[in-house]
Design a binder for this molecule. Structure first.
Ligand SMILES: NC(=O)c1ccc[n+]([C@@H]2O[C@H](COP(=O)([O-])OP(=O)(O)OC[C@H]3O[C@@H](n4cnc5c(N)ncnc54)[C@H](OP(=O)(O)O)[C@@H]3O)[C@@H](O)[C@H]2O)c1
Length: 335
């Protein structure tokens, strides 16, 4: 057993009440330059579940770009456990964890924060989560597939259905083919009866996207054959101009990320002449999470898993994410 690392305590975090020591992937000293080597795997203390919170025996987790931000010291607060995706056993039931702290009453989802940002990371043998924040695991999913859903798929679900109001028969353009969000968008939009166009820098990823159900796969920046109803944007300045060019009159662009930088110019003439709507979107509510999990069950959708590593090998998965090689989710078998 390694040395137990006490987790960060914050004002809105329940008091530590003599919790246990479990094996986890965590960060003590973030590094902007070398985030992968900032990952540590060892024993950490987690708190007892306070009133209204439950303990989950985590079976699998998955990585997100958010973990890289935590490792870089941009998000969360070291020392802390990594991981916003988790699936496991809670009170004898197989569950997926909604990764968002209950929003401050009346402030809405945009003000909510991830569990991992407040010291409740899920890449651990056990985690403590809000009791109402779990959903039953669809029976057709493996643990890794279930762990793929909470962050990327919830983000995709809210973007498509809450923000863009996607309807059957509409066309969605998703920038980037291989990311967790992009692969979720392909599956969810197709199941909803929409057509999906993806863009990717990689020919191999374009082929994989077509296999995954996309109707067309274009090179990054390639002109769309027909302007689209909805654009799903998470790449940022590398694709944003193309997103604006590709939306039809009255179309909607939904932005959830900015992997290539936080500032992008916008063609204002197109914005007003086409009466485009641009939404920001972040994660999703418990209600959306429940609806997403039910939708996945109803349509027997299987999230694309790029690869699964053991907890001890999280660095390998993080490097693969940084290299941009993954197609689908990078999963972690915790037990
Ligand atoms: N707001 C939220 O609640 C929320 C939730 C989840 C994720 N996010 C954000 O959404 C983004 C995607 O997340 P993810 O987990 O899906 O990440 P990911 O797996 O790293 O996916 C990144 C995608 O970006 C594309 N990409 C990266 N660099 C590019 C470039 N220079 N030019 C064109 N395309 C590029 C890649 O496309 P190709 O390699 O196919 O070209 C890939 O599909 C991240 O910024 C993340 O922080 C936000």
């Amino acid at each position: 057993m390694g040395t137990a690392v006490p987790l960060r305590r914050q004002a809105d975090r329940p008091a530590h009440r003599g919790g246990s020591s479990v094996r986890a992937a965590h960060v003590t000293t973030p590094s902007a330059e070398d985030p992968v080597n900032a990952i540590e795997v060892g024993n950490v203390d987690i708190p007892e579940a306070p009133d209204g919170w439950s303990r989950v025996e985590i079976h699998a987790g998955a990585l997100n770009m958010h973990d890289i931000w935590m490792l870089r010291g941009v998000a969360g607060g070291a020392p802390c456990v990594l991981g916003s995706d988790g699936a496991g056993i809670c009170d004898g039931e197989e569950v997926l964890v909604h990764p968002v702290l209950p929003a401050t009453a009346g402030r809405g989802v945009a003000h909510s924060v991830l569990l991992s940002d407040r010291g409740y990371g899920l890449l651990a043998e056990q985690a403590v989560v809000p009791a109402g924040g779990v959903a039953p695991k669809p029976a057709h999913l493996t643990w890794e597939e279930a762990a793929s859903i909470p962050t990327a798929w919830l983000t995709a679900y809210r973007m498509l259905f809450t923000k863009a109001g996607l309807q059957a028969g509409q066309t969605v353009l998703v920038q980037g083919a291989g990311g967790g969000v992009s692969t979720a968008v392909i599956a969810l939009a197709k199941a909803a009866g929409a057509s999906v166009i993806v863009t990717s820098r990689s020919e191999a990823k374009r082929e994989r996207a077509l296999e995954a159900g996309a109707d067309a796969a274009l090179r990054t920046d390639e002109r769309v054959p027909d302007l689209v109803d909805v654009v799903i944007e998470s790449v940022g300045p590398a694709t944003f101009e193309h997103s604006v060019k590709s939306a039809k009159a009255g179309g909607t662009i939904v932005v959830c990320g900015a992997s290539t930088g936080f500032t992008a110019p916008i063609d204002l003439a197109r914005l007003f002449a086409r009466e485009l709507t641009v939404h920001g979107s972040t994660m999703g509510t418990r209600e959306e999470f429940a609806a997403l999990v039910a939708f996945v069950g109803e349509h027997t959708i299987r999230p694309l898993v790029d690869s699964t590593v053991a907890l001890d090998d999280v660095r390998t998965a993080a490097q693969r994410m940084l290299d941009g090689d993954a197609f689908g989710k990078l999963c972690v078998a915790v037990r």
